[in-house]
Design a protein around this ligand. Structure first.
Ligand code: NAD
Length: 280
């Protein structure tokens, strides 16, 4: 597992708590690895309290995660799942290094929300053994995994990753490698359209959100969701989809751009579409 941040640590916990596999959890940041260990302890305690895991299961699962700041720890892994920061060049550089460390049969998977899988795969000499494996947050709770074969991904790789996802108790959907895949594309377009509706003065943020929670049974309105995700992340994905499709249909709403340029990124800065009183 490359990247021990928000997603990486939850995916690591998911794997050891739902399968017999061991995880080498790698990160360039010592602090992130420490935080990951503390958070995994919390996930485990909660699972024990809820009766999902026994104390023994949890102790056993914890013992199968090894924390490392050395990329060589990936040497004997069958599958490498990458969840480092969302930047094409950083991810390509990591995969290129991993390509020279890992054995020929190792499959590489990226948890990217929006970057092109085919482009990530081309940083390696194993584009047939490269795939998108998109988890949802929190990864150990959410039921879905979206898999995204690149142009050269083999059927064997798709089957292996699908089987592993199912072993972890997930429902698998498969998308072609076009910008935003299925879930990011539909989710971000809804958020962007809600921002346009707000800009046009169609209604208040609260009423726009209530329209979707009560009218469509969404657990959270699109503007509330955007504040959770981070408006900078939403803007970046809209830009990726606009340039990827070359279609103005995906132009980011100017309100989104304005809030980001003001530093109002949502919950993490205390203000976005809603005001959280300066607290995240
Ligand atoms: N946050 C979400 O809800 C969510 C959902 C689905 C997919 N994703 C995707 O998952 C990936 C990670 O997102 P996150 O929210 O966990 O980010 P995060 O910022 O919480 O974690 C990223 C981690 O990557 C580490 N890192 C950065 N560069 C590295 C490198 N070169 N080698 C090793 N580690 C490195 C950082 O130290 C950090 O611990 C992104 O591609 C994101 O798009 C996120």
């Amino acid at each position: 597992m490359a990247g021990s941040g928000f997603m990486g640590r939850a995916i690591a916990f998911l794997i050891v708590s739902r399968t017999n596999a061991s995880v080498e959890l790698f990160d360039v940041s010592e602090d992130s690895l420490k935080l990951a260990a503390a958070e995994i302890e919390k996930y485990g305690r909660k699972s024990v309290e809820k009766g999902i895991l026994t104390e023994k299961d949890f102790a056993d699962a914890k013992g199968r995660i090894h924390y490392s700041g050395d990329l060589q720890s990936a040497k004997d892994c069958d599958l490498v799942i990458e969840a480092i920061r969302e930047d094409l060049e950083t991810k390509r550089e990591l995969f290129s290094k991993l390509d020279s460390i890992c054995g020929d049969t190792t499959v590489f998977a990226s948890n990217t929300s929006s970057l092109p899988i085919t482009s990530l795969a081309s940083a390696t000499k194993r584009s047939d053994r490269f795939i998108g494996m998109h988890f949802f947050s929190p990864a150990h709770v959410m039921k879905l995994v979206e898999i995204i074969p690149g142009v050269d991904t083999s059927t064997e790789t798709i089957d292996r990753v699908r089987k592993f996802g199912e072993e972890m108790g997930k429902t698998i959907i498969k998308s072609l490698d076009f910008p935003g895949f299925i879930t990011t594309r539909l989710g971000m377009v809804l958020i962007n359209e809600a921002a346009f509706a707000l800009m046009e003065g169609l209604s208040t943020p609260e009423e726009i959100d209530t329209g979707m929670t009560l009218g469509y049974n969404h657990p959270m309105g699109p503007l509330t969701l955007a504040d959770f995700i981070g408006l900078d992340v939403v803007l970046h994905i809209m830009e990726t989809m606009q340039s990827g499709f070359g279609d103005t249909k995906y132009r980011p709403c100017p309100v989104l751009r304005q809030l980001v340029s003001a530093g109002h990124l949502g919950r993490k800065t205390g203000k976005g579409f809603y005001d959280y009183g300066g607290k995240g």
